[in-house]
Design a binder for this molecule. Structure first.
Ligand code: 3PG
Length: 399
């Protein structure tokens, strides 16, 4: 169901889940793409005279109130982007939130504080999540799901609350599903998936399923070092998921047996420590089998970047999730830039997925229209492409 099926929303309270998990430098949002992507739905709702109550999260505060994870920057930015009064509540479901919602006028927006301040939001115990969802549901007459980036999470504000109210998918969720469906149902081949980023454990678990759907899988970013370790190389002080080494060895064997391409870095840019403060930073390019014990890999090397760009140029469909290195720092951005450039240059249908990858292409100066689609979902788009059932979509009416 779409929001157009919810009837006349004038004066109604619309509880909406958005994904405003935006990258921050202190309190400055470095990429507001996820907020802009929510505007079509939010504008339609406020212009229709609804009272809009936004639920969102930022980071992983693990059930504790922590000002570092406040949604204040997101609320402020939304207020600048939309012609409506935007108020951030001082808590999630407490007195401040109740008061703010009770005092809303038609066309107003109240954003609840970070839903992950509530321990029950991400609880594995159904009853705990359901009890919290019941409190959320008191803030709405209907529920709209528009946080595509979180629909893979079985969490109170994404999943359980939808069971308690008449509901619909927002425009962002509808659009994302429409594009990603093309990749699952009729991808033009060769179909290349590029994976990188720092959420190593989350992403390693999607590889076996992606190997079933893609023709070639390209590995970079933090994940790459677990593959290099599995090949028997030393990776120095690089990011490593030691528990997954055997699993990764299995992926490499499976890929070979299935005749699928699995490309891993042949060289790396290493540095004595993770960059902090102002550069330039000390860096050396080394072959993947010669990483010094006291240095960490922070980007793919130029030889790897060239090989990955060639594979992308030979594809008809490309999905890319996760930067190749610490792209935020110029010294370690070249690998990510090379991959982004190849996606921008190829005639293939290209999808860039995830908050960090979207931030990377924008920060590196690529216009959004250089790509077929920029998805706001990272983990969500990957799990969709894997063919998994996503709880936050499955729970919606008419699905
Ligand atoms: C994301 O950034 O991919 C989404 O906001 C989900 O965040 P999470 O991985 O912390 O659940």
């Amino acid at each position: 169901k779409s929001i157009n099926d919810l009837g006349d929303l004038k004066g109604k309270r619309v509880l909406i889940r958005c994904d405003f998990n935006v990258p921050l430098d202190g309190e400055t949002i470095t990429d507001d793409g996820r907020i802009k992507a929510a505007l079509p739905t939010l504008k339609q709702l406020t212009e229709a005279g609804a009272k809009v109550v936004v639920m969102a999260h930022l980071g992983r505060p693990k059930g504790e109130v922590n000002p570092k994870y406040s949604l204040a920057p997101a609320a402020k930015r939304l207020g600048e982007l939309i012609d409506a009064k935007v108020t951030l509540a001082g808590d999630v479901v407490g007195e401040s939130a109740k008061g703010a919602v009770a005092g809303m006028a038609e066309g107003d927006i109240v954003m609840l504080e970070n839903v992950r301040y509530e321990p029950a939001e991400e609880s594995k115990v159904d009853a705990e999540r359901e009890a919290l969802a019941a409190k959320y549901a008191e803030f709405g007459d209907v529920f709209v799901s528009d946080g595509f980036g979180v629909v893979h999470r079985k969490q109170a504000s994404v999943y359980d609350v939808a069971k308690l109210l008449p509901n619909a998918a927002g425009h962002l969720v509808a659009k994302e599903v429409e594009v990603l469906k093309k990749l699952t149902e009729t991808p033009q081949r060769p179909y290349v998936v590029v994976l990188g980023g720092a959420k190593v454990a989350d992403k390693l678990s999607v590889i076996d399923n992606l190997l079933k759907v893609a023709d070639t899988l390209i590995i970079g970013g933090g994940m790459g070092y677990t593959f290099l370790k599995a090949k028997g190389y030393e990776v120095g002080t690089s990011l490593l998921d030691a528990e997954k080494i055997d699993t990764v060895t299995g992926y490499m064997k499976d890929a070979e047996a299935a005749g699928k391409g699995l490309l891993i870095p042949s060289d790396a840019v290493v540095s004595p420590s993770f960059p902090s403060g102002d550069g330039p930073f000390e860096k050396t390019t080394v072959a993947s089998d010669s990483m010094p014990a006291d240095q960490m890999g922070l980007d793919i090397g130029p030889e790897t970047a060239k090989a990955y760009a060639d594979a992308i140029m030979g594809a008809k469909t490309v999905f890319w999730n996760g930067p190749m290195g610490v792209f935020e720092v110029d010294d370690f951005a070249a690998g990510t830039k090379a991959v982004a450039q190849a996606l921008a240059d190829t005639d293939a249908f290209t999808v860039v997925g995830g908050g960090d990858s979207a931030a990377a292409v924008r920060q590196l100066g690529f216009p959004d229209d250089a790509f077929g689609h920029i998805s706001t979902g990272g983990g969500a788009s990957l799990e969709y492409l894997e063919g998994k059932t996503l709880p936050g979509l499955d729970v919606l009416e008419g699905n």
